[in-house]
Design a protein. Structure first.
Length: 76
């Protein structure tokens, strides 16, 4: 379960994209808990605020669920 003040990583998108491996600290939730506000703790843009759907974060109760979205393929 994603919790307030918890530190999480983002799920990965499969394909030719750069996946961020930084840590994000949850600092707030929307009323329905479908969206979280986060602070990036390390890496590029450390200290910046971000908003994600809660399902974009890796839930420690589901450690094997690390992918989000469709497979992206580069054409050509």
């Amino acid at each position: 379960m994603i919790e307030l003040n918890g530190i999480y990583k983002l799920k990965h998108i499969i394909g030719p994209v750069h996946n961020d491996t930084s840590d994000f600290k949850v600092i707030g939730f929307s009323e329905d808990k479908k969206v979280v506000g986060c602070i990036k703790l390390n890496g590029e843009d450390a200290g910046e605020s971000f908003v994600f759907e809660t399902k974009c974060l890796i839930d420690p109760e589901k450690p094997d669920d690390i992918y989000y979205g469709e497979i992206i393929r580069k054409k050509g």
